[in-house]
Structures are given as C-alpha cells and as structure tokens.
Design a protein around this ligand. Sequence first.
Ligand code: NAD
Length: 258
Amino acid sequence: MRRFETKNVIVTGAAMGLGKSLAEQFAAEGARLVVLDRQDPAAAVQDLRRLGATADGLSCDIAVEKDVTKAVADAAQLLDGKIDILINNAGFNGKAQLLQDMKLEDWDYTLRVNLTGTMLVTREVSHHMIARKSGRIINIASNVARRGLPFRADYVSSKWALIGLTQTLALELVEHGIRVNAVCPGPIEGERIGQLVRMHSEAEGVDLAAVHKAWEDVPMKRFIRPEEVANVVKFLCGEESSAMTGQALNITGGMIMT
Ligand SMILES: NC(=O)c1ccc[n+]([C@@H]2O[C@H](COP(=O)([O-])OP(=O)(O)OC[C@H]3O[C@@H](n4cnc5c(N)ncnc54)[C@H](O)[C@@H]3O)[C@@H](O)[C@H]2O)c1
C-alpha cells in the first residue's frame, strides 16, 4: 500500500507553484486530493488525475470568509467528512517597498491572505478534524518567518505570525489528536522566483543578476526544489513524526540554522 493511500488531503493555492507540486507528490503516494485556489484549478486537477489520483478543485479566495466557509463545506462533502490533512500553502508576495512608503491597504491585503486566510481555512477544517479526533495541519511559512527582509515588512510579518498561529493551534488541538506544524522554505525553484528577483531588483535599484546571486548565496549555493519541501511536509504528515507538533522546520540549504 502506498504511504498516503487512505488519506484525504486539502491543499490551498494548488493551481500552480509549490502547492501544485505538493498536491502531485501526495497524489503520487496514493492520496485523494481537493485543491482550493482563487485561480481556476481545473488544469492542476487534470494533471493530478493523469497521475491516477482522485482529485477535485474548488474556486476559493481564502481572504473571503464566505468563500472559505462554502469551499470547506463542499470539500468535506466530496471527502465524506474525512479530512486527514490540510496544507495551508496559498500565499501572496505583496509588493517590494520600504515600510516608510507602504500603504495601509497593501499591508492589510498581504496579512489578509497569508494570515487571516490561513486562519479561516484552518478554523473551518478543524471542526471536521475535531469530530474525528484526528488530523494533520501544515502551514507553509518561509525562511523570512525566521529573519527580517528589507522591502517586505508585510510579507515577513505575515510569515512570522504563521509560526505563532502554528504553535497556538498545536496546543489547542493536541487533545483532539491533531498535530500542527510549519515548514520554512528558502527561495524555491519555479515560476515565482524570477518574479520576486525582478521585483526586488526594481525596488532596490540593484542589478537583476546581483539579487539572484545574493539569494543563492547560502551554504548549499542553490535554491530549494519543490520536492524537497514536499518530502518534509510528507514527513510531518506521516507516522515518522508522531511526537512532533508546534514545530517549524527550516528547508533553506543552510541559510537559517535556528
Ligand atoms: N517561492 C518561494 O521561493 C517561497 C519561499 C518560501 C515560502 N513560500 C511560500 O510557499 C507558498 C507557495 O508559494 P509559490 O511560490 O508556489 O507561490 P505562487 O505565487 O507561485 O502560487 C501561489 C498560489 O496561491 C494562490 N493564491 C494566492 N492568493 C490566494 C488566495 N487569496 N486564495 C486562494 N488562493 C490564492 C495562487 O493563485 C497560486 O496558485 C506561499 O505561501 C509562499 O509564501 C514560497
């Protein structure tokens, strides 16, 4: 039997990027998937089905409470009320700007998606997990949940806050057999990294290649591969990590060591 054969998994922000890759990695291990995204997740669902998985996609903006309430209710129905794993991956980069120039609406929107959105999805899913006295919740934080990063105060603050949410939920849900953990990846190979490097280069007035080089300048001298994040997420969802809750694991090529 494959490792996640009997498991039902919800992944947010899985129409593209890391979320899509996480969904595919769980699909390859036999999981049944429901992906939520504010973009149309149809193409990602087709790819999951091509891998042989039972998969569905639901449109949902996690920043909108009524969207989340409906999407989680629909997901629970598709999964017969059995939600084993929630991966809170959906996230918004924000713009690259100094705090002194930051508009309140920009700050509010990043926090709304990355923190409030994650809280809303988790709150709705937790009712189903509590009823079954079982569950695993993984929050995708960031290396910038462990350090500061100029020009990104909104994003950085939202990711630090996810660690507080992870620790608090771990304590609240432990009596219900639910484990809550986070991962803190360094820059990940993929579509988004080019966009982020461009954004910082323009905002900081620094050459594109110099930003790219600086970001790769970690002990392993490279970006992180999505499957390396997936491997740690699968570990945190599996029996190998049965004594772990409230943890935040760095996947940064040695950039962060605390
Ligand atoms: N890419 C990196 O280098 C990196 C590093 C560390 C952490 N992360 C985190 O990993 C996660 C995934 O990052 P990515 O690089 O794949 O990003 P991405 O921008 O490529 O994909 C994000 C996905 O989330 C969805 N999404 C965004 N806002 C949403 C909302 N309000 N409601 C529903 N879905 C929404 C998008 O439509 C998209 O499908 C994010 O939480 C990000 O902060 C990324």
